[in-house]
Design a protein around this ligand. Structure first.
Ligand SMILES: *Cc1c(COP(=O)(O)O)cnc(C)c1O
Length: 497
């Protein structure tokens, strides 16, 4: 597969170059020159294939020429070493969903594990045989750092330095970033997240460092972080259409009194809508996750459409409604991994699909913090299921879309009545109600956000992954927000390798 920059269609590069470069020259994002299709036999058996097999079928055409099937199998097996269960929240009436696609069973309890773990292993493969080690530099405000640290931990030939704002990340985040050691080093920067980002940028431009080191970034717009996310959509859509749900997994956050046998949808009603497909509601910030879903849908996975759920940072819902794209400054919310006013993957989405096609595939719904809190409380009361604030935004969006059938009165901006729905939302809601199964993506374990969740539900069970991290000791070097300090650290680290 060849890749283009979203800003330059005249020159194509290999997957290897696209992945290892990250950002295209001129600031564009790499996109595949075409979106391949699943083979017919695969398309019809997604519901019964293993996650590993679906991973290889999904990713292989994108890496062909650079990663042979046997290597891809090994990379996928190492990266996707945990499940992505499709869990009915309402145990009595599973078919009346929404279902929850739990993406937080990985080592850092958030869906970014899928992308980061795959990227780390594919980087290592693409650089096999090179004798100079690669140094990855990443700035984090807290969330991405943990997934990157875990993803690259113990990967040969690559070392990682993560910069985070000292004193401004949670205890758990700090332990996830700075508790691993080995090939992962952490720098607590005396400054803000913006200072961390500026330092990383300055390091890439520094002649002394460029001469001595091979530097790269584990940027969230890297194509190798996006592709693996298409896999769980295809796997879940296949299962959902066959009425096959999973039982609670080890990390499923359910109250003790509520567990019970999972009843799959009866055979007879499994194919209520054989021509349609599953609908996924995706809690979104930079829209990498949703873009990956669009790839899966375009490849032929049985998906009818998407709901893009955002908090009040509603740049994309507004675009889907009006066709005009206008970025803003982000505003803080309780679903803070989605506090994005200028979603970086919009450039990728709009390079593949234009308006109004995007508005036919995606419905945008935005949700306030009050609504999100209310959902966390009621879903726990009704079903004993703990949602994290991000999954709760998605759950609320589904609910609002359904209510949109009944009420379409205009509401003042930011009070987010049902009229925050787009024109035509009512008809989409009709589809949603009558079409096939619907799944809400739960992108983080609620225990990661216990400060927000527990006042609404009581104590949240802590999964093993988080317990492990809490048992670590954070070891970070504190540095001032100055390039010379970062340079000294990197050069002395390099000399010790
Ligand atoms: C990063 C993140 C998101 C947003 O995902 P995008 O791909 O940026 O849209 C949602 N939820 C959680 C918990 C995240 O960490």
């Amino acid at each position: 597969m060849r890749y283009y920059s979203t800003r330059d269609r005249t020159r194509s590069v290999s997957f290897r170059e696209a992945a290892l470069t990250g950002l295209a020259p001129g600031g564009g994002l790499f996109i595949p020159e075409e979106i391949p299709g699943y083979r017919k036999a695969v398309k019809h058996s997604l519901g019964s294939m293993s996650f590993q097999d679906i991973a290889c079928e999904t990713i292989l055409p994108y890496v062909e020429g650079d990663v042979p099937p046997s290597a891809l199998e090994e990379i996928s097996a190492g990266a996707f070493s945990f499940p992505a269960p499709l869990v009915p929240v309402n145990l009595e009436r599973a078919a009346f969903g929404p279902l929850v696609l739990e993406l937080f069973h990985g080592p850092t309890a958030a869906f970014k594990d899928f992308g980061a773990r795959f990227m780390a292993r594919v980087f290592s493969y693409l650089r096999r045989g090179e004798d100079r080690p690669l140094r990855i530099l990443t700035a984090t405000s807290g969330d991405t750092g943990g997934a990157v640290a875990d993803g690259f931990f113990g990967i040969e030939g690559i070392s990682v330095t993560i910069l985070y704002p000292k004193g401004r990340v949670s205890e758990l985040q700090e332990k996830q970033i700075a508790g691993l050691g080995g090939n992962i080093s952490a720098l607590a920067v005396e400054g803000s997240f913006d200072d961390c980002q500026a330092l990383v940028k300055a390091a890439f431009g520094d002649p002394a460092l460029r001469e001595k080191l091979i530097l790269s970034s584990a940027n969230s717009i890297n194509i190798s972080r996006l592709l693996p996310q298409a896999v769980y959509y295809a796997a879940a859509a296949g299962k959902a259409l066959e009425g096959r749900f999973d039982g609670d997994g080890e990390a499923t956050p359910r109250g003790a009194g509520f567990s019970g046998p999972v009843r799959s949808r009866p055979e007879s009603s499994a194919q209520t809508n054989p021509d349609g497909g599953a609908i996924f509601c995706v809690p979104s910030g930079n829209f990498g996750n949703l873009t990956a879903g669009l790839y899966a849908m375009s490849m032929g996975a049985p998906i009818a459409g998407f709901i893009a759920a955002t908090n009040i940072n509603k740049t994309i819902p507004d675009y889907l409604e009006s066709g005009e794209y206008q970025t803003r400054l982000s505003r803080p919310t309780i679903s803070n991994a989605m506090d994005v006013g200028a979603p970086s993957n919009f450039e990728r989405m709009s390079a593949h699909w234009t308006y109004p096609d995007l508005s036919r595939m995606i419905r945008g719904v935005w949700v306030t913090d009050d609504e999100t809190r209310k959902t966390i409380g009621t879903v726990y009361q009704d079903h004993g299921y703990y949602l994290d604030p991000h999954g709760a935004v998605a759950w609320t969006a589904v609910q609002k879309l359904r209510q949109g059938l009944r009420a379409c009165a205009p509401a003042a901006p930011d009070t987010a009545g049902p009229a925050a729905l787009i024109p035509g939302a009512a008809s989409f809601a009709q589809d949603v109600l009558t079409a096939g199964p619907m799944a809400v993506l739960a992108t983080a374990h609620p225990a990661k956000f216990s400060g927000t969740v527990e006042p609404l539900t009581g104590p949240v069970p802590i999964p093993g992954s988080i317990q492990n991290a809490l048992g670590r000791t954070a070891r970070a070097l504190t540095i001032p927000a100055e390039l010379s300090a970062l340079r000294d650290f990197l050069l002395s680290a390099a000399s010790k390798l």
